[in-house]
Design a protein around this ligand. Structure first.
Ligand SMILES: [Zn+2]
Ligand SMILES: [Zn+2]
Length: 380
């Protein structure tokens, strides 16, 4: 027998899944969440956010924050279910529909216990996580000021359905994106000596970049350098003028992150001189590594145990998460929830096991309530 709230949450999840919206365009999603919160008389803060919103339950201090993201991805869904995406080319392939629904359930459950809550819980329904800017937009509103802890969730299809996973220290990677433009000199393919071939330069860049991890990073460290786009040329008998490359760096601490960026800059400078071309580097620093506080990550696992859920310490993952921006302001923990697989995040066949929706909401409401109790006790 499913409980009425469990049933409502499933319906809400199906609705979000059927109508996914891309980052910064989550207008309908935001309205749906707001409507559901209103129906349960849950306060929504008046903030200058284009999309996404923040709910508030309880009052006074201590004050803690929960965060779920709400945006979808530009992927054509290939899952055949009754609630498949109706928005062509857009899909909840990262499970943010589940995160939003679990946070809605959490808000409703906390509202039911509002008179016994020992402080305030703000729940962020965050837009634009996939483009790495949503968290910063929320932080700028000041909504986290004076918060004493922050918790976020992400589903993990590599974990058993419903299991709660956490670890102290680095959990996700710092993400950098770079684009490289090479200005060389085009010529007839039969007369390469009259030009300056950018493809030779591209070949060198690809080769030398792969020595950064193997020759510059200690074996105790993990990092990734991936080149993901190469564009140059128009046909078979012309040596082109220009070439373009794009890629990403993933790292788990600030020193390694800086070292790799320095290496890339130095390598490009050397290649530029060697081949007498002009190389422009456009470096876009994304979110840093999600780094969990040891007290709060153990606390999250302890609450899972007390909630009779399976739980385990997890491995770190090279994905990026803008939750790390919140942790730069407030200590806290990012928690993984097993979603059963078999397909990975961002896959057109990715699917959430809906059985985890209600237990996740229940867990998160227990976590928020216990965290307030813990902070209150520390005060006395
Ligand atoms: Zn994602
Ligand atoms: Zn995600």
């Amino acid at each position: 027998m499913t409980k009425p709230l469990e049933n409502d949450l499933h319906q809400f999840f199906y609705d979000l899944h059927q109508h996914p919206e891309l980052s910064n365009n989550e207008f309908e999603t935001t309205q749906k969440i707001k409507k559901a919160l209103d129906q349960h008389h849950i306060k929504v803060l008046d903030l200058p956010l284009k999309t996404g919103l923040v709910a508030e339950i309880g009052q006074g201090i201590p004050f803690i924050v929960l965060r779920g993201d709400i945006d979808a991805l530009p992927i054509q869904e290939q899952v055949d279910v009754s609630y498949t995406s109706k928005n062509d080319g857009v899909m909840h392939a990262c499970g943010h529909d589940f995160h939003a629904t679990a946070m809605l359930g959490t808000a409703i459950l906390l509202k039911e216990r509002e008179h016994t809550l020992q402080g305030t819980v703000r729940i962020i329904f965050q837009a634009a996580e996939e483009v790495g800017t949503g968290a910063l937009d929320v932080i700028r509103t000041g909504v986290l000021d004076q918060a004493e802890a922050v918790f976020g969730i992400h589903n993990d299809p590599t974990l058993v359905s419903g299991i709660i996973g956490c670890k102290e220290g680095a959990l996700t990677a710092g993400v950098d994106r770079f684009a490289i433009r090479i200005q060389a000199k085009g010529t007839h393919a039969a007369r390469p000596q009259d030009g300056n071939d950018p493809l030779i330069v591209v070949a060198h860049i690809i080769q030398v970049f792969q020595t950064i991890i193997s020759r510059r990073i200690s074996s105790d460290e993990n990092a990734v350098v991936s080149l993901t786009q190469v564009h140059s040329g128009t046909t078979w008998n012309i040596i082109p003028d220009t070439a373009f490359l794009e890629g990403t760096v993933r790292s788990f601490n600030t020193q390694t992150r800086q070292l790799i960026e320095n290496e890339i800059r130095q390598i490009l400078k050397g290649i530029e001189q060697t081949f007498a071309v002009k190389i422009d580097l456009d470096w876009q620093a994304g979110p840093p590594s999600v780094t969990n506080d040891s007290i709060w990550s153990n606390f999250a696992l302890q609450v899972a145990k007390e909630s009779n859920l399976q739980y385990r310490e997890v491995e770190k993952s090279p994905i990026g998460e803008d939750f790390s921006f919140y942790q730069e302001k407030v200590s806290g923990a990012f928690i993984m929830i097993g979603s059963g697989g078999p397909y990975p995040l961002h896959h057109p066949k990715f699917k959430i096991d809906t059985n985890i929706v209600f237990p996740s909401a229940l867990y998160l409401s227990n976590l928020a309530e216990s965290a307030l109790g813990f902070l209150q006790k520390k005060r006395k």
